[in-house]
Ligand binder design. Structure first.
Ligand code: DQA
Length: 143
């Protein structure tokens, strides 16, 4: 079974971007830790990142029928995108929303998430470990 891990705008710069908030680890590190957890449960991972809202929507559509679950850090699209929410609403499997930072401790505009209206679980503030925790939950649900 495949888990698609989607990452939104500016997360290509993870490790370089505001490291005091998001840490020094990169999306490659995220992929490695998620693949390691996946291996424990017989799950494959496909990690994708785009700065473009429509690309994220297209990848959610591709995940339909292909992936058993989606882990998504929509980044800024969390707080703005009805399109990403609507796309996720077409996906049948579990959806977990991950935020590296503790968004509820930050600016008020980060407190609301459109994606949370669909997400089956939400993790915020655990750094990049949040992705591996979400993978572990995918493992106990699907592995
Ligand atoms: C983020 C939090 C968002 O508010 C922000 O726009 C991001 C990253 C996080 O992982 O903490 O780009 O999703």
């Amino acid at each position: 079974k495949l888990i698609t891990i989607l990452n939104g705008p500016n997360l290509n710069l993870l490790g370089k971007r505001e490291p005091e908030i998001y840490g020094h680890e990169t999306l490659d590190d995220v992929e490695k830790s998620c693949a390691a957890v996946g291996a424990e449960f017989g799950l494959d991972v496909k990690l994708l990142q785009s700065n473009w809202e429509g690309q994220i929507v297209d990848w959610v559509h591709e995940a339909r029928g292909e992936a058993a679950g989606i882990i998504i850090n929509p980044a800024a699209l969390t707080h703005t995108s009805v399109a990403v929410l609507d796309a996720l609403n077409t996906f049948e499997g579990p959806v977990f929303e991950v935020h590296i930072s503790q968004v509820h401790k930050r600016e008020a505009f980060r407190h609301h998430s459109y994606v949370s209206l669909r997400a089956d679980g939400v993790i915020a503030g655990f750094g990049i470990e949040g992705y591996a925790l979400a993978m572990r939950r995918m493992g106990s649900l699907l592995g």
